[in-house]
Design a protein around this ligand. Structure first.
Ligand code: MLT
Length: 273
Protein backbone atom coordinates (compact mmCIF):
# COMPACT_ATOMS: atom_id res chain seq x y z
CA UNK A 1 0.00 0.00 0.00
CA UNK A 2 1.32 3.41 -0.96
CA UNK A 3 0.52 6.50 1.08
CA UNK A 4 0.68 10.01 -0.42
CA UNK A 5 2.28 12.68 1.78
CA UNK A 6 2.54 16.37 0.87
CA UNK A 7 5.69 18.28 1.82
CA UNK A 8 6.12 22.06 1.67
CA UNK A 9 9.57 23.19 0.57
CA UNK A 10 10.38 26.86 1.26
CA UNK A 11 11.73 29.26 -1.38
CA UNK A 12 15.48 29.79 -1.58
CA UNK A 13 18.08 31.47 -3.79
CA UNK A 14 17.85 28.38 -6.03
CA UNK A 15 14.10 28.39 -6.68
CA UNK A 16 10.53 29.08 -5.63
CA UNK A 17 8.57 27.44 -2.82
CA UNK A 18 6.97 24.15 -3.87
CA UNK A 19 4.58 21.41 -2.75
CA UNK A 20 6.03 17.95 -3.19
CA UNK A 21 4.14 14.69 -3.53
CA UNK A 22 5.93 11.89 -1.69
CA UNK A 23 4.76 8.30 -2.10
CA UNK A 24 5.66 6.15 0.89
CA UNK A 25 5.62 2.38 1.39
CA UNK A 26 7.23 0.03 3.91
CA UNK A 27 8.43 0.61 7.46
CA UNK A 28 11.61 1.46 9.32
CA UNK A 29 14.28 4.14 8.80
CA UNK A 30 13.65 6.56 5.93
CA UNK A 31 15.06 5.99 2.45
CA UNK A 32 14.31 8.55 -0.27
CA UNK A 33 14.18 7.53 -3.94
CA UNK A 34 14.97 10.25 -6.51
CA UNK A 35 13.89 9.66 -10.09
CA UNK A 36 15.66 10.55 -13.32
CA UNK A 37 14.85 13.05 -16.09
CA UNK A 38 12.03 13.50 -17.20
CA UNK A 39 10.31 10.86 -15.09
CA UNK A 40 8.50 10.54 -11.75
CA UNK A 41 8.13 8.22 -8.74
CA UNK A 42 6.62 5.44 -10.87
CA UNK A 43 10.06 4.50 -12.18
CA UNK A 44 10.62 2.91 -8.74
CA UNK A 45 7.36 0.90 -8.70
CA UNK A 46 8.94 -2.51 -9.29
CA UNK A 47 11.37 -2.06 -6.39
CA UNK A 48 9.02 -0.10 -4.08
CA UNK A 49 6.55 -2.94 -3.93
CA UNK A 50 9.15 -5.72 -3.42
CA UNK A 51 11.03 -6.77 -0.29
CA UNK A 52 12.89 -3.47 0.30
CA UNK A 53 9.92 -2.12 2.27
CA UNK A 54 10.67 -4.65 5.02
CA UNK A 55 13.92 -2.75 5.73
CA UNK A 56 13.06 0.88 5.10
CA UNK A 57 10.21 3.37 4.77
CA UNK A 58 10.62 4.01 1.05
CA UNK A 59 9.75 7.58 0.10
CA UNK A 60 9.59 8.03 -3.67
CA UNK A 61 9.58 11.79 -4.25
CA UNK A 62 8.02 13.43 -7.28
CA UNK A 63 10.55 16.21 -7.83
CA UNK A 64 8.92 19.64 -8.40
CA UNK A 65 6.87 19.71 -11.61
CA UNK A 66 7.03 15.90 -12.06
CA UNK A 67 4.34 13.29 -11.40
CA UNK A 68 1.82 14.60 -8.86
CA UNK A 69 4.02 17.52 -7.72
CA UNK A 70 2.83 20.81 -9.24
CA UNK A 71 5.27 23.07 -11.06
CA UNK A 72 6.64 25.88 -8.93
CA UNK A 73 7.23 28.30 -11.81
CA UNK A 74 11.02 28.02 -11.87
CA UNK A 75 12.82 28.75 -15.16
CA UNK A 76 15.43 26.12 -14.30
CA UNK A 77 15.55 23.18 -11.90
CA UNK A 78 18.93 23.54 -10.21
CA UNK A 79 20.31 20.38 -8.61
CA UNK A 80 20.80 22.44 -5.43
CA UNK A 81 17.06 23.23 -5.47
CA UNK A 82 16.16 19.53 -5.78
CA UNK A 83 18.60 18.76 -2.93
CA UNK A 84 16.96 21.33 -0.66
CA UNK A 85 13.52 19.89 -1.52
CA UNK A 86 14.80 16.47 -0.44
CA UNK A 87 16.06 18.03 2.81
CA UNK A 88 12.55 19.38 3.48
CA UNK A 89 11.13 15.88 2.93
CA UNK A 90 13.73 14.31 5.23
CA UNK A 91 12.97 16.86 7.95
CA UNK A 92 9.25 16.10 7.69
CA UNK A 93 9.43 12.31 7.40
CA UNK A 94 12.53 11.04 9.23
CA UNK A 95 12.18 10.74 13.02
CA UNK A 96 16.00 10.79 13.38
CA UNK A 97 16.46 13.54 10.77
CA UNK A 98 18.49 11.31 8.41
CA UNK A 99 17.83 9.27 5.29
CA UNK A 100 19.37 6.74 2.97
CA UNK A 101 19.38 8.62 -0.34
CA UNK A 102 19.03 6.71 -3.61
CA UNK A 103 19.18 8.67 -6.87
CA UNK A 104 19.11 7.59 -10.49
CA UNK A 105 20.82 9.75 -13.11
CA UNK A 106 19.35 13.27 -12.60
CA UNK A 107 18.24 11.96 -9.19
CA UNK A 108 21.89 10.99 -8.63
CA UNK A 109 23.06 14.52 -9.51
CA UNK A 110 20.53 15.78 -6.94
CA UNK A 111 21.76 13.16 -4.44
CA UNK A 112 25.35 14.42 -4.85
CA UNK A 113 24.14 18.00 -4.31
CA UNK A 114 22.35 16.73 -1.17
CA UNK A 115 25.56 15.04 0.05
CA UNK A 116 27.36 18.37 -0.40
CA UNK A 117 24.71 20.62 1.15
CA UNK A 118 23.13 18.37 3.79
CA UNK A 119 25.74 15.82 4.93
CA UNK A 120 24.23 15.73 8.43
CA UNK A 121 20.99 14.41 6.92
CA UNK A 122 22.69 11.65 4.92
CA UNK A 123 22.88 8.14 6.43
CA UNK A 124 23.97 6.42 3.22
CA UNK A 125 24.14 7.20 -0.49
CA UNK A 126 23.27 5.05 -3.51
CA UNK A 127 24.29 6.54 -6.87
CA UNK A 128 22.51 4.70 -9.66
CA UNK A 129 23.32 5.08 -13.38
CA UNK A 130 24.70 8.57 -12.80
CA UNK A 131 27.90 10.60 -12.87
CA UNK A 132 29.66 13.37 -10.90
CA UNK A 133 30.99 15.39 -13.85
CA UNK A 134 29.24 18.41 -15.35
CA UNK A 135 28.04 18.50 -18.97
CA UNK A 136 30.84 18.78 -21.53
CA UNK A 137 30.33 21.47 -24.25
CA UNK A 138 28.76 18.96 -26.69
CA UNK A 139 26.33 17.78 -24.02
CA UNK A 140 25.37 21.39 -23.27
CA UNK A 141 24.62 21.92 -26.96
CA UNK A 142 22.52 18.74 -26.96
CA UNK A 143 20.50 20.21 -24.06
CA UNK A 144 19.77 23.29 -26.20
CA UNK A 145 18.61 21.07 -29.06
CA UNK A 146 16.39 19.09 -26.68
CA UNK A 147 14.86 22.33 -25.33
CA UNK A 148 13.99 23.28 -28.93
CA UNK A 149 12.53 19.82 -29.61
CA UNK A 150 10.41 19.88 -26.44
CA UNK A 151 9.16 23.39 -27.14
CA UNK A 152 8.28 22.85 -30.80
CA UNK A 153 7.27 19.16 -30.88
CA UNK A 154 6.25 18.33 -27.32
CA UNK A 155 7.12 15.65 -24.76
CA UNK A 156 6.36 12.70 -27.05
CA UNK A 157 9.23 13.78 -29.32
CA UNK A 158 11.54 13.76 -26.28
CA UNK A 159 10.36 10.23 -25.51
CA UNK A 160 11.09 9.14 -29.09
CA UNK A 161 14.59 10.58 -28.92
CA UNK A 162 15.44 9.16 -25.49
CA UNK A 163 13.97 5.66 -25.49
CA UNK A 164 16.58 3.94 -27.66
CA UNK A 165 19.32 5.20 -25.32
CA UNK A 166 17.61 4.37 -22.03
CA UNK A 167 17.16 0.60 -22.19
CA UNK A 168 19.28 -2.48 -22.84
CA UNK A 169 18.45 -4.27 -26.11
CA UNK A 170 16.81 -7.09 -24.14
CA UNK A 171 14.43 -4.80 -22.18
CA UNK A 172 10.84 -5.99 -21.84
CA UNK A 173 8.32 -4.17 -24.09
CA UNK A 174 6.21 -3.37 -21.00
CA UNK A 175 9.15 -1.49 -19.46
CA UNK A 176 9.62 0.52 -22.67
CA UNK A 177 5.89 1.31 -22.78
CA UNK A 178 5.83 2.46 -19.13
CA UNK A 179 8.87 4.66 -19.71
CA UNK A 180 7.41 6.18 -22.87
CA UNK A 181 4.12 7.00 -21.08
CA UNK A 182 5.97 8.64 -18.18
CA UNK A 183 8.11 10.85 -20.45
CA UNK A 184 5.24 11.76 -22.79
CA UNK A 185 3.11 12.72 -19.77
CA UNK A 186 5.67 15.14 -18.31
CA UNK A 187 4.76 18.82 -18.90
CA UNK A 188 6.97 20.60 -21.45
CA UNK A 189 7.71 23.38 -18.94
CA UNK A 190 9.12 20.76 -16.54
CA UNK A 191 11.23 19.18 -19.28
CA UNK A 192 12.66 22.59 -20.24
CA UNK A 193 13.39 23.55 -16.60
CA UNK A 194 15.09 20.15 -16.07
CA UNK A 195 17.21 20.57 -19.20
CA UNK A 196 18.40 24.00 -18.08
CA UNK A 197 19.27 22.61 -14.64
CA UNK A 198 21.09 19.63 -16.15
CA UNK A 199 22.97 21.88 -18.60
CA UNK A 200 24.16 24.24 -15.87
CA UNK A 201 24.85 21.74 -13.08
CA UNK A 202 28.11 21.91 -11.15
CA UNK A 203 30.94 19.41 -11.52
CA UNK A 204 30.94 17.44 -8.24
CA UNK A 205 33.99 15.27 -8.98
CA UNK A 206 35.96 17.06 -6.24
CA UNK A 207 33.21 16.21 -3.73
CA UNK A 208 33.66 12.45 -4.16
CA UNK A 209 36.75 11.93 -1.92
CA UNK A 210 35.05 13.94 0.85
CA UNK A 211 31.90 11.78 1.07
CA UNK A 212 31.92 10.17 4.51
CA UNK A 213 28.61 8.29 4.32
CA UNK A 214 28.63 4.63 3.18
CA UNK A 215 28.15 4.69 -0.59
CA UNK A 216 26.95 2.23 -3.22
CA UNK A 217 27.43 2.84 -6.94
CA UNK A 218 25.14 0.84 -9.25
CA UNK A 219 25.26 0.79 -13.04
CA UNK A 220 23.65 -1.28 -15.77
CA UNK A 221 26.26 -3.09 -17.83
CA UNK A 222 24.75 -1.65 -21.05
CA UNK A 223 24.17 1.91 -19.75
CA UNK A 224 24.69 4.10 -22.83
CA UNK A 225 24.11 7.44 -21.05
CA UNK A 226 26.30 7.07 -17.94
CA UNK A 227 28.58 4.16 -18.91
CA UNK A 228 29.96 1.55 -16.51
CA UNK A 229 33.53 2.87 -16.89
CA UNK A 230 32.43 6.23 -15.46
CA UNK A 231 30.62 4.52 -12.58
CA UNK A 232 33.77 2.53 -11.81
CA UNK A 233 35.86 5.72 -11.69
CA UNK A 234 33.26 7.38 -9.45
CA UNK A 235 33.26 4.41 -7.05
CA UNK A 236 37.08 4.44 -6.92
CA UNK A 237 37.03 8.13 -5.95
CA UNK A 238 34.64 7.70 -2.99
CA UNK A 239 36.30 6.25 0.15
CA UNK A 240 35.07 2.69 0.78
CA UNK A 241 32.38 2.79 -1.93
CA UNK A 242 31.10 -0.49 -3.37
CA UNK A 243 30.34 -0.92 -7.05
CA UNK A 244 27.69 -3.23 -8.50
CA UNK A 245 27.42 -3.67 -12.28
CA UNK A 246 24.01 -5.16 -13.09
CA UNK A 247 23.94 -7.58 -16.03
CA UNK A 248 21.17 -7.16 -18.59
CA UNK A 249 20.37 -3.55 -17.65
CA UNK A 250 20.83 -0.29 -19.55
CA UNK A 251 20.37 3.17 -17.99
CA UNK A 252 17.14 2.28 -16.16
CA UNK A 253 18.48 -0.47 -13.89
CA UNK A 254 15.69 -0.37 -11.23
CA UNK A 255 13.03 -0.77 -13.96
CA UNK A 256 14.93 -3.26 -16.11
CA UNK A 257 16.37 -5.55 -13.43
CA UNK A 258 14.41 -4.75 -10.26
CA UNK A 259 15.29 -7.98 -8.43
CA UNK A 260 19.04 -7.59 -8.97
CA UNK A 261 18.80 -3.90 -8.08
CA UNK A 262 16.85 -4.58 -4.87
CA UNK A 263 19.31 -7.33 -3.91
CA UNK A 264 22.25 -4.93 -4.31
CA UNK A 265 20.53 -2.26 -2.21
CA UNK A 266 19.51 -4.77 0.48
CA UNK A 267 23.05 -6.12 0.82
CA UNK A 268 24.40 -2.55 0.98
CA UNK A 269 21.90 -1.37 3.59
CA UNK A 270 22.45 -4.50 5.70
CA UNK A 271 26.22 -3.92 5.63
CA UNK A 272 25.87 -0.16 6.28
CA UNK A 273 23.72 -0.90 9.38
C1 MLT B 1 18.47 11.00 -16.61
O1 MLT B 1 18.23 9.79 -16.83
O2 MLT B 1 18.13 11.55 -15.57
C2 MLT B 1 19.17 11.79 -17.68
O3 MLT B 1 19.51 10.95 -18.75
C3 MLT B 1 20.35 12.50 -17.14
C4 MLT B 1 21.10 13.28 -18.15
O4 MLT B 1 20.62 13.46 -19.29
O5 MLT B 1 22.20 13.75 -17.83
Amino acid sequence: MSELRWIDAPASAHGNAARLAVHTTGAGPLAVLLHGYPLDHRMWDAVRHGGLGARRTLAAIDLRGHGASPAAGDDAHAMERFADDVAAAVDALAPDGRADVVGLSMGGYAALAFAERHPQRLRSLALVDTRAAADAPAARMAREAAIATATTQGAAAIADAMLPKLLAPSAAPAVAAALRAMIAGTPVATIVADLRGLRDRADRTALLPTIAAPTLVVVGEHDAITPAAEAEAMARAIPGARLVVVPGAGHMTPMEQPMAFAAALTAFWDAAG
